[in-house]
Design a protein around this ligand. Structure first.
Ligand SMILES: Cc1cc2nc3c(=O)[nH]c(=O)nc-3n(C[C@H](O)[C@H](O)[C@H](O)COP(=O)(O)OP(=O)(O)OC[C@H]3O[C@@H](n4cnc5c(N)ncnc54)[C@H](O)[C@@H]3O)c2cc1C
Length: 341
């Protein structure tokens, strides 16, 4: 019989991260399908009431490895805590969020336990055995993986399932004692851009894509890059959207053309860019060519604003295309969003 362990960690708010709760949901699903046992392991500085409420109602052992040193991600402390949780649960299968914190630690933990790891898992199905799915080669090839080696660590991509919602009885938590190794790394603090400067937001409901049209000459014969920056940043702020770009726009900085200063190659969506997962997408001033649109594979509801009724979006690549000036449309949308706030 399989012993499934779901490893979870907290986010900056001190509560379990959304991706951790998605992993818990995967654990619940597979446990009943496989007739396995389920345990949830929590890595945290301390076990708050918020955390226990998040895992309330689970028909599972809840194990916690706590220490003030676990307030911050650090390889040595996280690896020791995760190893202890795996041993305490006698885990044969481990689900964990594919966060930066766990991605750098769990392959090493698997090695210590003589196990194996697979990353970027999107779906988990259970036939006679557990089957895990992941994409290779920039989302072109989908592989289904099965393994006999145990323990098997599966790092799950975020945004691929509905997070577990705790309700009912709060669990009795078993404290797992572990020896903290010598710590050479001291976390002095975090330097990160403010949330509204951070334009790539994987958890956002909406992907807003800006294309090269924003920096092209407009009807008056002039370029309006400054207006474009204000409109785009205003919209991102009001709608909490994530910012994507076409390749043409991010490549312009190297060509001495007008650029949007907050845009980098990390924002690029498409064949040679990213393939993010968002419920909705709005493309603006972007032609919708195939090498760009393949990056929209996991965006379910698509809309586009383009002056050109013959653009790629109008040829079956978007659900709705507004043939309009994106400067005018986004100014109006921003005004409406500001009124709503
Ligand atoms: C091997 C290869 C890989 C590639 N990989 C990628 C990739 O990963 N991602 C990617 O994006 N591209 C990629 N490309 C490039 C891609 O084919 C296109 O060249 C690129 O996506 C075009 O960018 P764009 O639509 O922003 O610019 P343009 O083609 O210049 O389109 C600008 C659009 O803005 C519209 N517009 C202008 N002003 C306004 C306005 N006021 N209101 C509304 N609309 C307006 C215009 O009508 C036009 O349709 C790749 C190409 C190749 C060959």
């Amino acid at each position: 019989m399989e012993n499934i362990l779901v490893l979870t960690h907290v986010d900056e708010s001190g509560a379990l991260s959304r991706a951790s709760l998605e992993a818990v949901a995967a654990g619940v699903e597979l446990t009943s399908a496989l007739g396995a046992t389920l345990a949830v392991g929590v890595v945290a500085a301390n076990l708050s009431a918020d955390i226990t409420a998040q895992v309330a109602g689970l028909n599972a052992r809840v194990l916690a490895a706590t220490s003030p040193e676990l307030a911050e991600p650090r390889f040595a402390s996280d690896a020791a805590a995760c190893e202890a949780l795996c041993r305490a649960a006698a885990a044969t299968i481990v689900f964990a969020p594919g966060s930066s914190r766990f991605t750098r630690v769990l392959p090493a933990v698997a090695h210590r336990l003589g196990g194996v790891t697979d990353t970027h898992i999107t779906t988990l199905t259970n036939g006679a055995q557990v089957e895990a799915t992941r994409w290779f080669y920039r989302q072109r090839v989908e592989a289904v993986i099965t393994r006999t080696a145990r323990p098997w660590f599966l790092l799950l991509d975020a945004g691929t399932r509905t997070p577990y919602e705790g309700s009912g009885a709060t669990p009795v938590v078993e404290a797992v004692v572990f020896t903290m190794p010598a710590l050479r790394t001291k976390v002095l603090g975090i330097k990160a851009p403010k949330q509204d400067e951070q334009t790539i937001r994987p958890d956002a409901k909406l992907l807003f894509v800006a294309g090269a049209g924003w920096t092209k000459k407009q009807a008056d014969g002039q370029v309006h890059a400054t207006d474009a920056e204000a409109l785009i940043l205003g919209f991102l702020r009001n709608a909490d959207a994530s910012l994507g770009s076409s390749k043409s726009l991010v490549d312009q900085s190297g060509e001495n053309q007008s650029v949007l200063n907050f845009m980098t190659h990390l924002n690029q969506i498409g064949q040679t860019g990213a393939t993010p997962r968002h419920a909705k997408g709005l493309s603006t001033c972007c032609h919708g060519e195939e090498p760009h649109v393949v990056g929209w594979r996991f965006v379910n509801e698509r809309r586009a604003i383009n002056l050109d009724a013959n653009c790629g979006w109008a040829r079956g690549k978007a659900d709705v295309v507004y043939i309009a000036d994106a400067f005018a449309v986004m100014a109006r949308v921003n005004a409406l969003l500001a009124e709503k706030k």
